[in-house]
Design a protein around this ligand. Structure first.
Ligand SMILES: [Fe+2]
Ligand SMILES: [Fe+2]
Length: 328
């Protein structure tokens, strides 16, 4: 077999795992591998506890990333979700590593949610992930900037969902919302804001030419469909419906689905609306490159009366200099 081909296959078959995500003395139900050039070598068989000695031994050789086989992705994901809160609150793990773990875990989870949004277990997993993300964001402003550094700049509905949730929680906290319950309600709505898009055919979502009236009707229906899906699960608090239903409403009444005006739009929805449009502009699409953050902010500001001025000003302050370099 030619060498290049072998390498590609091996990389496809293994996924990286941050050493920091492995809890000391926990039993792992997946094998761990280390990378040796283009090969992956078994380091530790499953069902053995991962010890402090294992960890320090790896660190002595500067190994900070291990690998699990692709077919054990689910086991690793479950392990991660079970342990994420303790990882986030562990003072010995550095912030950037925590951010990477939270973000990767969120992306894997949202992929599952979008594949099967009415599955109760998926919704419960989302809520526990939002809970950990809130705990992480509340550890300080650096947490948000660490998340900014690990965010994906390529647009996929799942990474978009995670980005919008991250921006929304950071903006809410920046604007003085500190109540954990409220942040969790907002975060859940933000993470699931586009869940109604799962009802729209991919061909319509990806269409680059002008949409027909019928197709546009489908797009305009996704906020309500999102709420319908969440209601069906019976697991989401009603406060989380607002951002799902209203993230395309605009201050001047030009939004959809109901054409609400400023005073009629929930504060959480205003936050998610800004996070949504900012992420959509600053991520790469197949058909266009990303817009630099400061250009995106300027363009959003220039749309007079469309977004809440004071929310937008806060978002600009939040992004600050650290936000300015992240996607340029
Ligand atoms: Fe949307
Ligand atoms: Fe969106």
């Amino acid at each position: 077999m030619p060498k290049a081909e072998k390498t590609e296959t091996a990389i496809d078959r293994f996924m990286p795992v941050q050493l920091d995500s492995l809890r000391i003395d926990s039993i792992l139900d997946f094998d761990l591998y280390v990378r040796a050039g283009t090969d992956y070598v078994l380091y530790r068989a499953s069902n053995m506890p991962f010890t402090e000695e294992n960890r320090s031994g790896l660190l002595r050789y500067n190994v900070k990333v291990l690998y699990v086989a692709g077919d054990k992705r689910r086991q690793y994901q479950e392990y991660l979700e079970t342990n994420i809160k303790s990882i986030v609150l562990d003072p010995t793990i550095e912030e950037n590593a925590k951010a990477g773990i939270v973000y990767d875990s969120a992306k894997l989870l949202v992929k599952d949610v979008l594949d099967n949004p009415t599955l109760g277990n998926n919704i419960r997993r989302s809520q526990s992930l939002v809970d950990s993300t809130v705990a992480f964001i509340l550890t300080g402003r650096n947490a948000f900037h660490s998340l900014l550094r690990v965010m994906s700049f390529d647009y996929y509905t799942y990474s978009h969902s995670v980005n919008v949730c991250t921006f929304s929680l950071a903006l809410a906290q920046f604007m003085g919302i500190e109540d954990v319950k409220e942040l969790c309600q907002l975060g859940t709505g933000a993470l699931l804001h586009d869940v109604g898009k799962t009802m729209i055919p991919e061909a319509v979502l990806q269409k680059r030419s002008q949409l027909s009236d019928r197709e546009w009707e489908l797009i305009k229906a996704h906020p309500q469909w999102g709420v319908d899906i969440l209601k069906e699960t019976g697991l989401i608090e009603e406060e989380s419906y607002y951002p799902v239903l209203e993230h395309h409403e605009r201050e001047d009444g030009s939004g959809y689905p109901r054409g609400l005006r400023s005073g009629e739009i929930h504060a959480h929805s205003k936050i998610v609306a800004i996070a949504d449009v900012f992420d959509a502009m600053t991520t790469r699409r197949v058909y266009r490159s990303a817009v630099a953050p400061f250009v995106a902010l300027k363009e959003i500001f220039d749309q007079e009366g469309v977004f809440d001025r004071s929310f937008l000003e806060n978002f600009t302050l939040l992004m600050g200099p650290a936000g300015q370099h992240k996607r340029s």
